[in-house]
Write a protein that binds this ligand. Structure first.
Ligand code: NAD
Ligand code: DAU
Length: 373
C-alpha cells in the first residue's frame, strides 16, 4: 500500500540501511512533470523521494507508484507554513525540488487568484521553511543542500520570427500564469542573494508525454480525436512552441540538481519548434495510423477564438545546459509524440480517472466562452 499522510513519517529503517542515499522532497510530484520525475528517479537512483502535493484537480495519485519502499506521498498545501515546516523537519531532506504550481495559462486568465496564491505566496512559504531548516544544518550538509526551482520559458514573454530565449533574456511575462512564475523566480533568486540559500533554477519549454492532464494542447487533441470531438485550434494556429518530451525534462532537472552551479539558471528546451497546426496535423496522422476507426482525424480540426494575450513564439537556446552539464535530449519530437499517443491508447483507465466532473465543467466553460472563430 502507498503511504499517504498529512504529517508523513519516513521509514527510518530504510534510511539507515541506505544512509548514503539522498532524501528529496518533490513538491508537485503528483502532477504531470513531477510524477515523471518521481517515477524516473525511483527507477534510476537509490534516492528516497517524498512527494509534497495538495492533489488539486491537476494532481493525481494514480500517476505515482502504488507501493515503493523509497517513496511517500504527503498530501499538503505549500501555502500551509506549519505543515510544510513539520514535513521538512521530519524528513530532513538533502534537497527540495519545487514543481508545485498552478500551471495552465487558460485557467490563469479566467481565475488568476489561485496562481498568485500557490505560485507566489506558496513559493515564499516554502522558501522561508527551507531557509529555517537549512540554517540549522551542520556545515557539510548545509553546503551540499539544494533548493531546485522548476520554472518556465514563459517568464521571458514572446519572440518574433527570429531569435531564442536564453539565461540572459530579460523577463517580460504576459499572462497571469507567467507573471506568477516570474514572481516565484525572483523570490528564489532573492533568497539566494540575500540569505545565501543554495538554489538552482531551470526554465523549460513546453513538455508533453504520458500522464499529461487533458486540458493542455497535446493530450486534449489526442483524447478529443479518439472521442471524435472537435480539435479546437486557437486563432490562426500559427503560434510556435518548443516541445520537449517530459522524461528528457526529468533528466535535465536531475543533471542540474546534481551538477548545476549554485545560484545559476539553466534553460531547458527541445530544439523542436512547431506551430500548433503542425502539432495538431502530426497528431491527426498518428491517430489515423494507430486508431484508424476515426480517420481522417483532421476533419475534426476547428478554429476557435484566440487566447487573450496569446504569446506568439517560444524557442529555447539550451546550449548552457548541453555544454556545461552534458545533457542531451533522448527523444525526437516524432518519437516522443508517437510514444505519447500510444500511451493514451494503452491507458484508458488513467484517462477515465482524471476526467472528473470538475474537468468537464472547465472544458465546457472554456470552450463555451471561446465559441467558433
Ligand atoms: P501540473 O499542473 O500538471 O502539476 C502541478 C502539481 O502541483 C499538481 O500535482 C498539483 O496538485 C500540485 N499543486 C498545485 N498547487 C499546490 C499547492 N498549493 N500545494 C501543493 N501542491 C500543489 O503542472 P506540470 O505541467 O507538471 O508543471 C510542473 C512545474 O513545471 C510547474 O511549476 C510549471 O510551472 C513548470 N513547467 C511546466 C511546463 C509544462 O510544459 N507543463 C514547462 C515548463 C515548466
Ligand atoms: O512554455 C512552457 C509552458 O507550456 C508551461 O510553463 C505551462 O505550464 C504549460 O501549460 C505550457 O503553456 P502553453 O500555454 O504553451 O500550453 P498549452 O498546451 O495550454 O497551449 C499550447 C499552445 O496550443 C498554445 O499556443 C495555445 C494552443 N492551444 C491550446 C489549447 C489547450 C490551442 O490552440 N487549443 C487548445 O485547446
Amino acid at each position: 500500500m502507498r503511504q499517504v499522510s498529512c504529517f508523513p513519517v519516513i521509514d527510518l529503517k530504510n534510511l539507515t540501511a541506505n544512509n548514503m542515499s539522498k532524501t528529496i522532497i518533490v513538491t508537485g510530484g503528483a502532477g504531470f512533470i513531477g510524477s515523471a520525475v518521481v517515477r524516473q528517479w525511483l527507477a534510476e537512483t537509490d534516492w528516497h523521494l517524498v512527494c509534497l502535493d495538495k492533489l488539486t484537480y491537476a494532481g493525481n495519485s494514480t500517476s505515482l507508484p502504488a507501493s515503493h519502499p523509497r517513496f511517500e506521498l504527503a498530501v499538503m498545501d505549500i501555502c500551509h507554513a506549519v505543515a510544510v515546516r513539520t514535513l521538512i523537519t521530519r524528513v530532513q531532506p538533502d534537497a527540495i525540488v519545487h514543481l508545485a504550481a498552478e500551471s495552465h495559462v487558460d485557467r490563469s486568465i479566467s481565475g488568476p487568484g489561485e496562481f498568485i496564491q500557490t505560485n507566489v505566496v506558496g513559493t515564499y512559504e516554502l522558501l522561508q521553511a527551507t531557509r529555517e531548516y537549512w540554517n540549522a544544518l551542520e556545515r557539510e550538509r548545509k553546503a551540499a543542500f539544494r533548493f531546485h526551482h522548476v520554472s518556465t520559458d514563459e517568464v521571458y514573454g514572446t519572440l518574433g520570427a527570429e531569435g531564442y530565449f536564453d539565461e540572459n533574456t530579460a523577463y517580460a511575462p504576459n499572462s497571469p500564469y507567467s507573471a506568477s512564475k516570474a514572481g516565484s523566480d525572483h523570490l528564489v533568486r532573492a533568497w539566494h542573494h540575500t540569505y545565501g540559500l543554495p538554489v538552482v533554477t531551470t526554465n523549460c519549454s513546453n513538455n508533453y508525454g504520458p500522464y499529461h492532464f487533458p486540458e493542455k494542447l497535446i493530450p486534449l487533441m489526442i483524447l478529443n480525436g479518439l472521442a471524435g470531438k472537435p480539435l479546437p485550434v486557437y486563432g490562426d494556429g500559427l503560434n510556435v512552441r518548443d516541445w520537449l518530451f517530459v522524461e528528457d525534462h526529468a533528466r535535465a532537472i536531475r543533471a542540474v540538481l546534481e551538477h548545476g552551479r549554485v545560484g545559476e539558471t539553466y534553460c531547458v528546451g527541445g530544439r523542436a519548434e512547431r506551430t500548433n497546426m503542425q502539432v495538431v496535423n502530426t497528431l491527426c496522422e498518428l491517430l489515423d495510423e494507430l486508431h484508424p476507426q476515426g480517420a481522417p482525424h483532421a476533419r475534426l480540426i476547428t478554429y476557435v477564438k484566440d487566447r487573450p494575450g496569446h504569446d506568439r513564439r517560444y524557442a529555447i537556446d539550451c546550449s548552457k545546459l548541453e555544454t556545461e552539464l552534458g545533457w542531451r535530449q533522448q527523444e525526437t519530437f516524432e518519437s516522443g509524440l508517437r510514444k505519447t499517443v500510444q500511451w493514451y491508447l494503452d491507458n484508458p483507465e488513467w484517462v477515465q480517472g482524471v476526467i472528473s466532473g470538475s474537468y468537464r465543467q472547465w472544458i465546457d466553460h472554456n470552450y463555451a466562452a471561446r465559441g467558433q472563430a
